[in-house]
Design a protein around this ligand. Structure first.
Ligand code: PLP
Length: 388
């Protein structure tokens, strides 16, 4: 089509969508598919959060709000991050966004210039490359594997830093690997960021979903990092609010004031009544989050024991709700294994290469599916794979 912009031609639809259309096609044929490809909680949004949004609607909160979001929600974000992670944020440093998706986009658009480089450990969340491209920058990926336990070590990072490096994107707990960065590594990475004057985008959207008593350390708390970290938050996963489309961007004041221009150009302001629900999510008891995380943990243990039983290797996930097992023993590409599992076991997974070339040789299994469904699905996977 002759009038398409170079910008739009330089980005791709998420490869996860391809899996979803295959699942839909199978369903149309009357096949019941166990879906391990979904990157969202299967739980409903807790009732008290819904009630709060409904009440906001009834009270007439149907108009534009302040562009940065309602003051109560921006304050609630700061209080929750202070309480949970000892982060010291001022409400004026917060913009409420249309999910983490908008937060990362406007954050990157506010700091990138053509020719800049964005370093991202790979496998990576599907849109980082596209967001970098939209900012005119080049995404420089650092391939990680099971041998690295899918964690970027500071020594490795050093080799990829150039005088064009502007940003490092870190995502911990990670989608798709479920890995959580340790404090020592983050302190050393932070030192490099300060030394080379690099901004860090800390995609923290799974920071409430942690297992095995692992300690979560926000890189913004490392020396010299508060002034060079963009914190990305979301209500999608922790509060099962992915369809509500709400999240936030936190950045140093001078940057957030600039990012506001981009935010206004894209969405003007976040959805009004949704913000009241989000504020309640943060201010009310966090027991609902803990309850969901406990259930995810139960499922995680189940999936891991099924993988052990089949002799399929993986790095034990410590956060989020994904496991990223290696499928090299089957001598097939990750796409072929995913198609095989859909056809032969009626189980949908995401091929690892959807998260970049370093993901080839792995598949992503999401355990945001009911426990009993996982039991049945993994049994079918076992039977199908045993025929290979
Ligand atoms: N970042 C990561 C690592 C994700 O996994 C996702 C969603 O799956 C997002 C960002 C986008 O989240 P949101 O629903 O808040 O836009």
């Amino acid at each position: 089509m002759k009038w398409l912009s170079e910008r739009i031609q330089g980005i791709k639809l998420s490869a996860i969508r391809e899996v979803l259309s295959k699942v839909e096609a199978a369903k149309q044929k009357g096949v019941a598919v166990t879906n391990f490809s979904i990157g969202r909680p299967d739980f409903d949004t807790p009732d008290h959060i819904k009630a709060s949004a409904k009440s906001a609607l009834d009270q007439g909160y149907v108009h534009y709000t302040a562009s940065a979001g309602i003051p109560g929600l921006r304050e609630a974000v700061c209080r929750r991050l202070g309480e949970d992670f000892e982060l010291n944020i001022n409400p004026s440093e917060v913009i409420i966004t249309n999910g983490a998706t908008e937060a990362i986009h406007i954050g990157l658009q506010s700091i990138l210039n053509p020719g800049d480089e964005v370093i991202v450990p790979e496998p990576m969340y599907v849109y980082y490359t596209g967001w970098s491209f939209l900012g005119g920058a080049k995404c420089v990926s650092i391939p990680l594997s099971m041998e690295d336990e899918f964690v970027l070590k500071p020594d490795r990072l050093k080799d990829y830093i150039s005088d064009k490096t502007k940003v490092l994107i870190l995502n911990s707990p990670n989608n798709p690997t479920g890995q959580v960065y340790e404090k020592e590594d983050l302190l050393a990475i932070a030192e490099l960021a300060v030394q080379h004057d690099i901004m860090v985008i800390s995609d923290d959207i799974y920071n409430q979903m942690i297992y095995d008593d692992v300690n979560y350390f926000p890189i913004a708390n490392a020396p010299g990092m508060k002034e060079r970290t963009l914190i990305i938050g979301s209500f999608s996963k922790s509060y099962a609010m992915d369809g509500w489309r709400i999240g936030y961007l936190i950045a140093p004041q001078a940057l957030i004031d600039q990012a506001m221009k981009m935010h206004q150009h894209i969405v003007s302001c976040p959805n009004s009544f949704v913000q009241f629900g989000a504020q309640t999510a943060l201010e009310a008891s966090q027991e609902c989050v803990k309850e969901m995380v406990r259930e995810f943990d139960r499922r995680r243990i189940l999936i891991l024991s099924c993988l052990d039983d089949m002799g399929i290797p993986y790095v034990r996930p410590k956060g989020a709700f994904y496991v990223f097992p290696a499928i090299g023993q089957f001598a097939m590409t990750s796409r072929a294994v995913s198609d095989f599992l859909l056809d032969e076991a009626q189980v949908a997974v995401v091929p690892g290469d959807a998260f970049g070339a370093a993901g080839e040789g792995y598949i992503r299994i999401s355990y945001s599916t009911a426990y009993e469904e996982i039991e049945k699905g993994m049994e079918r996977v076992k039977k199908a794979l045993s025929r290979l």
